[in-house]
Ligand binder design. Structure first.
Ligand code: GDU
Length: 371
């Protein structure tokens, strides 16, 4: 009998498994894919750590979380500063004095603020109700049209005026010449990739890991052999889509190794913000670790509508889906044996540091005591 069965070996499941194992619990982790790590999985190609399921840049403002993750890997000093390419014009992200200067030639924060205030006036002082209005309120119409609208609609497959405004508030707007994408105190990439982090967590002697296993093929059996289940898959699938399917956004990754190309695009992340380019961004993985290999590896990210059987990457947190999620959440709360966690189990657009935070909170609630 397992004390805990963990469904999914991503960051949420792995943190919980590790902490429970340390407290002498018997833990079994099952994973549908052939490898552990969920979407933070990285693997080496030509000596370069490739982020197989999209770019993952660790950042947090919480020292406890930073110290926690640093137990499992050494982090470098990488600072995320993506470049936007709009029809060949290059702009710095996030929106800051460099962007304002490139767009309007303004050099002082005062003139940049004035320009944005002028453009914001089309909202007539109304408070923003959706992503489009929120974006215009923050940075004005020029930036909205060149760097936000088409990228966002490509990414989400929904008009920007039907998306929630919190999505754009993820990005800072700065009146300084600072291209750092994140506001957090701590930031970096684990030297040697993310997979080692999960490997270290799951290598505890009280944890058994089975890959290539689908929970739904033997759901009853798993319920019988475990005291509790931590389920990190899609919450609607767990309940057999009984109220209907939640929406997700999927992605296709096209990865290419380029022989004898030392430096393809000069930056780890380049966003293509026009609607004509079918992908949203190109990741050149070696730049996350300041690599000097003679080859390079790039990945193009194509957003895609999600249908059953596809990989769900992002929850689409508009009001209909959030309403539907609440119904599933009610069912989830009635399950004594099962706890739902992670991006898919809680239908929440979590970043890695938030996932660790949520998993440690659950550890505290379930197992109490100090780590
Ligand atoms: N957005 C734009 N234009 C851009 C970039 C973003 O309009 O050039 C809008 C989009 O609506 C997007 C939203 O801002 O959906 C949020 O953007 P994020 O970059 O936060 O979205 P992602 O989740 O795709 O970002 C992921 C990670 C980030 C960071 C980033 C790489 O969640 O932490 O690593 O990739 O730059």
């Amino acid at each position: 009998m397992n004390d805990y069965l963990i469904v999914g070996s991503g960051l949420f499941g792995a943190v919980f498994a590790y902490e429970a194992a340390k407290k002498h619990k018997k833990v079994k982790v099952i994973e549908k894919r052939k490898h552990i790590g969920g979407n933070i999985y990285t693997e080496s190609i030509a000596g370069i750590q490739v982020h197989r399921y999209g770019a993952h840049i660790f950042h947090t403002d919480n020292q406890e979380i930073w110290d926690y993750v640093n137990q499992f890997a050494e982090f470098n000093r990488y600072t995320n500063s993506p470049i936007a390419n709009f029809h060949g014009e290059i702009y710095n992200l996030p929106f800051n004095m460099n962007t304002f200067n490139q767009l309007w030639g303004v050099v002082t924060p005062q003139t940049a603020r004035k320009k944005i205030a002028e453009q914001r006036s089309i909202l007539k002082g109304k408070s923003p109700k959706n992503l489009e209005e929120q974006a215009i309120a923050l940075v004005g119409t020029d930036i909205y049209l060149k760097l936000i609208k088409e990228y966002t609609e490509k990414q989400w497959g929904i008009p920007a005026n039907e998306l929630p405004s919190f999505i754009i508030r993820r990005l800072p707007v700065r009146y300084t010449y600072d291209n750092n994408y994140f506001k957090d105190r701590y930031q970096g990439i684990p030297i040697g990739g993310y997979t080692q982090i999960i490997e270290k967590m799951l290598s505890h002697e009280n944890i058994q890991v089975d890959t290539n296993v689908d929970f739904f093929e033997k759901k009853e059996h798993y319920h019988e052999e475990s005291k509790k289940i931590i389920y990190t898959g899609m919450i609607d699938q767990y309940f057999d889509y009984q109220y209907g399917a939640l929406e997700y956004r999927s992605l296709i990754f096209e990865t290419e190794q380029m022989k004898n190309v030392e430096n393809y695009q000069g930056n780890a992340v380049v966003n293509y913000t026009d609607k004509e380019t079918p992908f949203t961004r190109i990741i050149e993985h070696k730049h996350f670790e300041f690599g000097t290999q003679k080859d390079t590896v790039i990945t193009k990210e194509y957003p895609k509508a999600w249908k059953r059987g596809d990989e769900p990457y992002y929850p689409v947190n508009n009001s209909e889906n959030n309403h539907l999620y609440k119904k599933y959440k009610k069912l989830a709360d009635q399950q004594e044996q099962v706890i739902f966690g992670g991006r898919l189990g809680q239908y929440t657009y979590y970043d890695m540091h938030q996932v660790i935070h949520a998993a440690l909170k659950l550890v505290q609630e379930e197992l109490g005591g100090r780590r």
